[in-house]
Design a protein around this ligand. Structure first.
Ligand SMILES: O=C(O)CCC(=O)C(=O)O
Ligand SMILES: [Fe+2]
Length: 357
């Protein structure tokens, strides 16, 4: 059994994409005297669209293989000659917009009926961000009948027929010694995704249209339509129907994958970056094709349409350290809101919006 497992992992490790993932992934320096020092990584090959954009602005120069494809925004939109259908919009979201979508990603996007990675274990959870701020604890209470919304033990139910409820920290021991519990701040750190609009079913890797859902909020739809324009077929308007919000903490990665469950690949995926800087890998149609590495900063938007929809891509690294995260402007905006500040200092959020049909 071990033999066959090893053969599989060797095979996976041998692809050019996997090699690049390992090259950029966060490893800690074992020999460092200071505890938990990230290993230094050579970033000289990582495309930096911020500096490409700056030098294009200053002297009109572009590196080989990179083209300006659209100027209808107040900033240039870049394309890669080797990857038709891929568009990079550096710093296109204002700081106000970034703050707005960070707030929504934490406060409203994980709210039921939207699903999150926590649903499978705990059922729907309401107000996780507030519960984390208030240091509440999610408690499994097997003896409590369903729909006990608020009780003498200080628990506040989330109104659904299930056993997990948020409780005040100091009321946890009185509920019972045998019940399982998990602090809300831990759950917030472990929030990995939420889904908006048509709900994506990760176990089947497709959209489950029978799951209850709300439409994607209007403000996000309008923004996605505007951002999608450079990649849209002539005369058509992008119709946002589903979105996945990814939450990354330091050390989290998103492995190389294709997003192929949408019907029409001529429509782009609109992918917005918020918070700490990351490395994005854009491969080819096979994992054996060496990927291009590029930085994604807060406020950047990437579009993947047409041929680029068939390209493997992933996020092997986020930079949660002060020097590399590049979030000082965001930090100053959130300086009076410690809960957001604390979260975003070590996290990245990605909102990717899709037309499903
Ligand atoms: O986090 C990112 O920038 C990419 C996200 C992504 O590729 C996805 O959710 O399918
Ligand atoms: Fe993706």
């Amino acid at each position: 059994m071990y033999g066959s497992k090893k053969a599989v992992s060797d095979d996976v490790d041998r692809t050019a994409f996997r090699k690049a993932e390992k090259q950029y992934k966060l490893y800690y320096d074992q020999n460092s005297k200071k505890k938990k020092q990230p290993k230094q990584v050579d970033l000289s090959e990582v495309l930096d669209f911020k500096s490409i954009s700056n030098s294009y602005h200053q002297n009109g120069e572009l590196p080989p293989g990179i083209a300006v494809v659209d100027c209808s925004f107040n900033r240039p939109v870049f394309g890669l000659e080797s990857r038709p259908g891929f568009y990079f919009l550096p710093g296109v979201l204002s700081v106000d917009e970034q703050c707005r979508w960070i707030r929504e990603s934490l406060m409203s996007f994980p709210q039921p009926p939207n699903r999150t990675n926590h649903n499978a274990i705990y059922g729907p959870i309401s107000d996780l961000f507030i519960a984390a701020k208030e240091r509440k604890v999610l408690v499994e209470d097997e003896n409590t009948p369903a729909r006990l919304d608020s009780g003498s033990n200080g628990c506040v139910g989330n109104g659904d027929a299930h056993r997990w409820r948020f409780c005040e920290e100091d009321s946890v021991p009185s509920i019972g010694k045998t019940c399982k519990s998990v602090p809300a701040p831990v759950l917030l750190r472990k929030l990995r995704w939420s889904t908006l609009g048509l709900q994506f079913d990760w176990s089947k890797r497709n959209y489950n249209v029978s799951l209850p859902h709300n439409k994607i909020p209007d403000g996000l739809c309008q923004l996605a339509k505007k951002m999608a324009a450079p990649a849209m077929p002539m005369g058509e308007e992008f119709q946002p129907e589903g979105a996945i919000v990814n939450y990354f903490a330091s050390g989290d990665t998103l492995g190389g994958h294709l997003d192929d469950m949408e019907a029409d690949w001529s429509k782009p995926i609109v992918s917005m970056s918020l918070g700490c800087k990351a490395i994005f890998l854009l491969g080819g149609k096979s994992k054996d094709d060496p990927p291009l590495a590029m930085f994604l900063r807060s406020g950047d938007v990437v579009l993947m349409a047409g041929e680029a929809r068939e390209c493997f891509h992933g996020v092997p690294r986020i930079f949660a350290d002060k020097e590399n995260a590049e979030i000082t402007t965001l930090e100053s905006r959130f300086c009076d809101e410690n809960d957001f500040l604390e979260y975003i200092r070590t996290s990245r959020i990605n909102i990717n919006i899709r037309q499903v049909f």
